[in-house]
Design a protein around this ligand. Structure first.
Ligand code: CMP
Length: 134
């Protein structure tokens, strides 16, 4: 078993999609081992997305991520990182495979409803960001 981080983004919490996303995770046999509601500050959102420093979409992304409530959660499954990325789908909902969460409920490339860690290393860092002394 290993663990990864999923964040339900403000576009999804705003549309009352928390239950839908939890249901998709549980149906795909992920165990939710930690979860909370959270409202990011601008400083925190910039820190979380520091890898995207200099990208043209960063300012808009930060504004979006602080626009409402997010739900970070730690989920567990064998090969959690890759399995979750399959369930979540491509960044751009228009390009996401049929049946993925972003295909089903993503609005656009920014408001894509969920974030999933992209490697085991980043999963550890991102879990610590939300769940360890933060
Ligand atoms: P996420 O998986 O959280 O990682 C970075 C986020 O930036 C991405 O999902 C989108 O919400 C947002 N984003 C906006 N535009 C782009 C883009 N052109 N490429 C990648 N990510 C983008």
């Amino acid at each position: 078993m290993n663990r990864t981080l999923l964040i339900i983004k403000p576009d999804a919490t705003e549309r009352n999609m928390i239950g839908y996303i939890i249901n998709r995770l549980e149906k795909a046999r992920f165990k939710i081992v930690a979860m909370k509601t959270y409202h990011l500050t601008e400083k925190e959102a910039r820190k979380f997305y520091a890898v995207h420093e200099g990208k043209p979409f960063l300012d808009s992304l930060v504004k979006f991520m602080i626009s409402g409530m997010v739900v970070p959660m730690v989920v567990e499954k064998e090969k959690a990182v890759s399995e979750l990325r399959v369930l979540v789908g491509a960044t751009d909902p228009q390009k996401a495979a049929c049946g993925t969460i972003r295909y089903e409920i993503g609005v656009d490339i920014e408001k894509n409803s969920v974030h999933a860690s992209d490697s085991d290393e980043n999963a550890l860092k991102e879990i610590a960001f939300f769940f360890e002394g933060h």
